[in-house]
Design a protein around this ligand. Structure first.
Ligand code: NAP
Length: 498
């Protein structure tokens, strides 16, 4: 299984994976063949697991949870495994980045940076494992003492999307492990390879068998069955708001499993006239083009002060024209391929709607022919109104919709005029404006004069229809715990029966 590939050539044949359960590889299933979105050639073959496979994986995770082989360890021992995993990831960084590029289409340099972030997630997870603790109440009177224990919630189901297959996985797995939980992961069918490679990494790091299991297959079969599974205690779902809604129904109709949901976004980037316009334009170009805009925190709604709107849009359009779009395996590429054909069609259809709805196209506006694969030019529409679909819907592509405002109140109202609340940013030199807007815009992540900055120490999650709960950092570990109140009588009992 350990085929190191660090060269930038395409694999000679698709790499074949098994699925990972109870500490070992399993195979013999019908296979799904994945073609590289940047090159159109088959790169991996992934098992189409059955619901019986899923049941077996959940049973393995249950056994591993109940036998205390993981939950019974000290935080320090769990941290040791997570730190060893970080070291192994450092060693296998280029190989993991390579398979991420082949299945997802993102640029190789970006993918390597993402693996570095994943290593940091394991290191922060290790610290969180050691620091996880409960609380006590010394205020209940002399005869009663209260302890609040944090206990792992149990068996976790983890469903991840295709846009950041390894990064989103690693923003969750170390924190689930830090809490003492066991898990069954269902990656997106089109990007399962690196989730499977992590199984090897964790086994080498010394994770007991059955704690991390990966069941591959489609969302409609395996994903749906995981959300409905009566022996899964918690489900962490990252994906679209539409499927998130069905996950809530499935949880309610099965066993009321605890849910963590990270869903869609239509994230505002607010630019005031006093901002450094060159900096803000660079941030806006990055914010909409990073990962081809297939990013839940993409800054997809530009809300710009009307006094500088035309000047700012002109600077921004020039910058967007210079973005290097092309072969994801090329070191110089900044924006790679669109990950799936369906997503490619969705983005192109929104560009067509933007033109039809009367928005003014300033740059981009269509597919880029690279000979093979699907590529879309970073696109900027001006004069967008909240009534236009490109101004409201999550497009999940490199399409930026520009609005303008006259007052701070109007900027805040426009920023909040969405069902989502995932992320937002503001660009201004005025500290009062920056703080007031940060506090009034309803979003789980906020950036001032920067975009997509941060680290796994900081919590991730959304307001409104962008989700429930928080991932990463100490907040993330606590999500995977239950709180238990323990009451201890320390005095002579005052009898009820006289
Ligand atoms: P998606 O269609 O909702 O799929 C997400 C995951 O759910 C995939 O593993 C998918 O499997 C699975 N799935 C599909 N149908 C399911 C069902 N009925 N029951 C259970 N699982 C099911 O989303 P996507 O298109 O992959 O990802 C794009 C969306 O994710 C965007 O809306 C984006 O904003 C959101 N996202 C949010 C965050 C965040 O942190 N908030 C991060 C990244 C992405 P298959 O792919 O195998 O069908």
């Amino acid at each position: 299984m350990d085929k190191r590939t660090t060269s930038h050539s395409l694999p000679e044949a698709p790499r074949e994976f098994g699925f990972w359960m109870d500490g070992g590889w399993h195979g013999g299933r019908e296979m799904f063949e994945r073609a590289s979105p940047g090159h159109g050639v088959a790169v991996t073959r992934i098992p189409k697991c059955t619901v019986a496979d899923l049941d077996a994986a959940v049973a393995a995770a249950r056994r591993a949870f109940e036998d205390r082989s993981w939950a019974g360890l000290s935080g320090a021992e769990r941290a040791g495994v997570l730190l060893r995993a970080a070291d192994i990831l450092r060693r296998r960084r280029d190989e993991i980045a390579y398979w991420e590029v082949l299945e997802n289409g993102k640029p190789i340099a970006q993918a390597r940076g993402e693996i570095d972030h994943c290593i940091a997630c394991f290191e922060v997870g290790a610290g969180a494992a050691r620091l996880l603790h409960g609380d006590s109440f010394n205020s209940l009177g002399d005869s009663l003492f209260g302890m609040v224990l944090r206990e792992p919630v149990g068996v976790v189901g983890l469903i991840t999307p295709w846009n950041f297959p390894f990064l989103i996985l690693c923003e969750r797995v170390p924190f689930i492990l830090a809490s003492g939980c066991t898990m069954v992961v269902k990656p997106s069918e089109v990007t399962s390879a690196t989730t499977l490679i992590l199984a090897e990494v964790l086994a080498e790091a010394g994770l007991p068998k059955g704690v991390y299991n990966v069941v591959t297959g489609s969302g409609r079969t395996i994903g749906q069955a995981l959300t409905e599974h009566p022996d899964v205690d918690m489900l962490s779902f990252t994906g679209s708001t539409a499927v998130g809604r069905s996950v809530v129904h499935a949880a309610a109709d099965s066993n009321f499993k605890k849910l963590g949901l990270e869903l869609g976004g239509k994230n505002p980037i607010i630019v005031f006239a006093d901002a450094d316009l060159e900096d803000a334009a660079d941030g806006a170009a990055f914010g909409i083009s990073f990962n081809t805009g297939q990013c839940c925190v993409s800054s997809s709604r530009l809300i710009v002060d009307h006094r500088v709107a035309a000047e700012f849009e002109a600077i921004l359009a020039e910058k967007m024209k210079k973005i290097v779009v092309g072969d994801p395996l090329d070191e110089n590429t900044q924006v790679g391929a669109i990950t799936t054909d369906a997503q490619n069609e969705t983005i192109l259809s929104y560009i067509a709607k933007g033109k039809a709805e009367g928005a003014k196209l300033l740059t981009g506006g269509g597919a880029l022919d690279q000979g093979r694969g699907s590529y879309i030019a970073p696109t900027l529409f001006s004069g967008v109104t909240p009534a236009m679909s490109i101004g409201r819907d999550e497009i999940f592509g490199p399409v930026l919709s520009s609005f303008s405002f006259s007052t701070t109140e109007e900027a805040i109202a426009l920023a909040n005029d969405t069902v989502y609340g995932l992320a937002a940013s503001v660009w201004t030199k005025n500290i009062d404006t920056a703080l007031n807007v940060s506090r009034r815009v309803r979003a789980g992540r906020f950036w001032v004069n920067c975009i997509m900055a941060g680290g796994p120490e900081m919590p991730l999650g959304g307001f409104k229809q962008s989700g429930w709960g928080r991932e990463a950092g100490t907040y993330g570990v606590e999500e995977y715990t239950q709180v238990k109140s323990v009451h201890i009588d320390t005095g002579k009992r005052n009898h009820w029966i006289k």
